[in-house]
Design a protein around this ligand. Structure first.
Ligand code: NAD
Length: 373
């Protein structure tokens, strides 16, 4: 196995957040016998070991894989900080098509590569990797999360993510309408996959009217089949028109970049909050939403339930404790939206500042001598 190679290191991170584009460590691995080519990007470990999933994807070039892993790792630093976790930001990619090159040897070689990083990076499931992969990785290293519940893991994070989105929605309702009550509110959920479907369950329980959209008819049908008792409060819309439904809340729970120059003028909701990653197509869309008087809950604040759940694993997973912590997303949303109001900045920017402030302040605490060796 090629030893993990440190391409560049900036120990400036001990003084807070690395500069834009700077990473504490980027490690490459090429294990010829199994065909493994992997990159681990550790953006910041100021708050704790870098946590982030492993994406298994057939990038066209190594440069493309490197750009993606760095962009994703940086995002994890912000997400974990805003969520109040003692985790830094990192991410990994395995370069190749999982349908053709996945093998026991490749995944275990990858586990050994992660082990070589000595706990500075904790891996997890992401696009292209599965819980079974995490179980295999655990045979090579303890620095893995998201293993099967029978092996001490927290299982599928999607219900936890949906639980967090619900709390984000309650907080947004409080700010917008003066009450967290969602009964009689009309919410459009675009994408009823693992997270969206679980979110609809909560919203129906809350007494809301829910319009759902999905490119898969069977996914839409499943939601209606789940709730015969609420048939009069469940509607369907074409996926392409979901953002333009006249409703209280638009909840993007499918793909990213749904809010852009074209869709924002067409919104007929007062609040946007959902699980999808990277909902804003460009940073300018943050201000565009303010200009339309639409209250936007930054995606990485709203969808942190999954990582909060996973971060409970090293201490011995307990669902009651984890879900109580996820409900704290409510207070984080209130704090971010209050910062946006008082500093007259859009919510996305307020979330970034909130995350950066916490990293800077915790970094200063780390300078205190404790007497520990
Ligand atoms: P999923 O694949 O289970 O569900 C996505 C659903 O969206 C599918 O049913 C798909 O058919 C549908 N879809 C795709 N394109 C669509 C479109 N244009 N319009 C409407 N529907 C469309 O994924 P998921 O795990 O439910 O995740 C949903 C989103 O939340 C993703 O952006 C994901 O990155 C993000 N997220 C998920 C988690 C988690 O715990 N699963 C955590 C954080 C963020």
């Amino acid at each position: 196995m090629t030893a993990p190679s440190t391409v560049f290191e900036t120990m400036d991170a001990v003084d807070g957040l690395p500069d834009e584009g700077d990473f504490e460590q980027v490690a490459f691995c090429h294990h010829r016998p199994s065909g493994l080519r992997a990159i681990v990007a550790i953006h910041s470990t100021v708050l704790g070991p870098a946590l982030g999933g492993t994406r298994f994807w057939p990038y066209d070039t190594e440069a493309e894989a490197l750009t993606d892993v760095c962009r994703l790792a940086r995002g994890m630093t912000y997400k974990h900080s805003a969520a109040g976790l003692d985790q830094g930001g990192g991410k990994a990619v395995i370069w190749g098509d999982p349908r053709t090159i996945r093998s026991e040897a490749l995944i275990r070689a990858y586990g050994r590569f992660v082990h070589g990083l000595a706990g500075r990076y904790l891996t997890a499931e992401d696009v292209g990797t599965t819980q079974a992969d995490m179980d295999l990785i655990q045979r090579e290293t303890p620095h893995v999360t998201g293993v099967s519940p029978s092996l001490g893991g927290s299982g599928d994070p999607s219900p936890a993510t949906a639980w967090g989105v619900l709390w984000a929605l309650r907080a947004a309702a409080e700010v917008r309408w003066g009450s967290p009550d969602l009964a009689h509110r009309h919410i459009t959920v675009s994408g009823v996959g693992k997270v969206g479907r679980a979110l609809v369950d909560h919203l129906v329980d809350e007494g809301a009217t829910v319009t759902v959209a999905d490119i898969r008819d069977d996914a839409v049908r499943a939601v209606h089949d789940d709730h015969p008792e609420a048939a009069s409060r469940l509607r369907t819309v074409e996926p392409g028109a979901a953002h333009a439904v006249d409703c209280d809340v638009f909840a993007p729970c499918a793909l990213g970049a749904v809010l852009d120059e074209r869709t924002i003028p067409e919104l007929r909701c007062e609040v946007v909050v959902g699980s999808a990653n990277n909902q804003l197509a460009t940073p300018e869309d943050d201000q565009r939403l303010v200009d339309r008087d639409v209250l936007y809950v930054p995606d990485y604040v709203a969808n942190a339930g999954g990582v909060i759940n996973i971060a409970e694993e090293p201490a011995g997973y307990d669902q009651t404790r984890a879900w109580a912590r996820i409900a704290g997303i409510h207070d984080t949303v209130l704090a971010v939206l209050e910062r946006a109001r008082t500093q007259r900045i859009p919510p996305g920017e307020a979330a970034d500042r909130h995350a950066e402030d916490r990293i800077e302040s915790v970094a200063r605490v780390a300078r205190l001598r404790t007497g520990r060796p």
